[in-house]
Design a protein around this ligand. Structure first.
Ligand SMILES: [Zn+2]
Length: 175
């Protein structure tokens, strides 16, 4: 901004308005630079408009988030389509379980955590591992595929199945 000594009228250029009084280098006059009119008030108006807008956006985001959270979890079906053994660079074998979660209802549902349950030949649960599928919401009739690498499995695993964390495990699998 430009300021002018109000005694000798020497002009100075400053980056911003000084907070305290300034002293003229030519005549030694000291004066207080007043705020430039208009430009600043427009800036203030613009800043408050921005603040208002961001407050609005924040409110909308909160409402959207809230709605997403209140979607009920219901008639989703999880199924395992394949179990594959892969060997990593260190020679360690891992099981990779793939399958899908399908929404068989007429409404949109949130996808809960999935639990991969490993059972032995008598149906006893040997291990349970929980993970989050990639999709969080499923439209009516839609399905999402998943593929999850299991950490070390105990010996004697005969069957691997997928369950939704909100649902009860089948009775026979627990003992
Ligand atoms: Zn001066």
């Amino acid at each position: 901004m430009k300021i002018k000594c109000d005694f000798c009228e020497t002009e100075y250029t400053l980056d911003e308005r000084p907070n305290s009084a300034v002293k003229c280098a030519v005549c030694g006059n000291t004066w207080v630079v007043s705020a430039p009119p208009r430009k600043n008030s427009w800036l203030m108006f613009f800043a408050s408009l921005c603040a208002l807008l961001s407050a609005l956006i924040f409110t909308v985001a909160v409402i959207t988030h809230h709605q997403a959270k209140t979607v009920s979890r219901g008639p989703l079906v999880a199924s395992v389509s394949g179990v594959e053994t892969i060997t990593d660079e260190a020679g360690v074998q891992h099981l990779v379980v793939s399958g899908s979660v399908t929404n068989i209802s007429d409404e949109i549902y949130g996808v809960p955590d999935l639990i991969i349950v490993s059972t032995d030949q008598d149906g006893r649960v040997l291990a349970q591992q929980k993970f989050l599928p990639s999709a969080t919401l499923l439209d009516s009739g839609a399905s999402v595929n998943f593929s999850h690498m299991l950490s070390a499995q105990p010996a004697g695993v005969k069957k691997i199945s997928a369950h939704l964390s909100e649902l009860q495990l089948p009775q026979g699998d627990q003992e």
